[in-house]
Ligand binder design. Structure first.
Ligand SMILES: CC(C)(COP(=O)(O)OP(=O)(O)OC[C@H]1O[C@@H](n2cnc3c(N)ncnc32)[C@H](O)[C@@H]1OP(=O)(O)O)[C@@H](O)C(=O)NCCC(=O)NCCS
Length: 183
């Protein structure tokens, strides 16, 4: 294992208790670390750094880093979007649609060292609050890697249609579109 990979997988320090890390707003300075984490966790679903940069520029309120001090342990990108629609992977959004009617969680990653300590649960609480502030009536996401059971726990349900199936093709065979109404 090379030094950069070891550094990302096993961040310095050993306190990985739940209270030792928290979600905070992402900054431009976080993007290099976010790219490293993404490349590590999503080797088969790569996205260009500039695609991440665009999301942070278009909707900074929906971009978060899981951090313990200066150490990044995960990230999340969310933005307003249209229900029953999934933006193509590794493509620019260009703009946030005026007709947005959900908060779409594009990606959430928690590094193995911090998993199983409710980071994803706490992220969903943040996203629900953000969607409510923006008067967006639902959360939506594309589940990959068989994470459907996890998202179901947070109120998401799978929605299927031939049109969605075409849009999910770029996310791999395990991809399922899911919606969690807020009310
Ligand atoms: C999916 C992921 C973000 C979950 O993060 P996390 O902080 O470990 O999740 P939480 O601790 O909040 O988990 C909540 C519950 O879901 C369970 N869970 C976690 N990952 C799961 C998975 N992949 N499948 C099913 N259940 C899962 C946890 O065991 C926990 O249950 P518990 O409360 O009974 O212990 C993290 O595992 C990850 O980054 N995975 C790789 C990338 C990925 O799959 N991202 C999501 C793409 S849609």
């Amino acid at each position: 294992m090379g030094a950069p990979l070891r550094r990302v997988l096993h961040p310095a320090g050993s306190d990985m208790s739940e209270s030792s890390f928290s979600w905070r707003k992402m900054a431009v300075e976080d993007l290099a670390a976010v790219g490293e984490i993404a490349a590590l966790v999503h080797p088969d679903l790569p996205e260009r750094p500039e695609v991440f940069t665009e999301k942070l520029r278009l909707f900074p309120d929906g971009c978060f880093v899981l951090a313990r001090g200066a150490v990044r342990l995960g990230y999340a990108f969310a933005h307003p979007w249209r229900l029953n629609d999934a933006p193509p992977l590794d493509e620019f959004l260009n703009e946030i649609p005026l007709s947005a009617n959900c908060l779409y969680l594009h990606d959430a990653v928690v590094l193995p060292a911090a998993r199983g300590q409710s980071a994803a649960s706490r992220l969903i609480v943040l996203l629900r609050a953000l969607a409510a502030r923006r008067a967006l009536p639902a959360l939506a996401l594309v589940s990959v890697y068989g994470t459907r059971r996890l998202w179901r726990r947070f109120g998401f349900a799978v929605v299927e249609s031939p049109e969605l199936a075409g849009k999910l093709a770029c996310y791999g065979a395990s991809a399922r579109y899911m919606i969690a109404p807020l009310s």
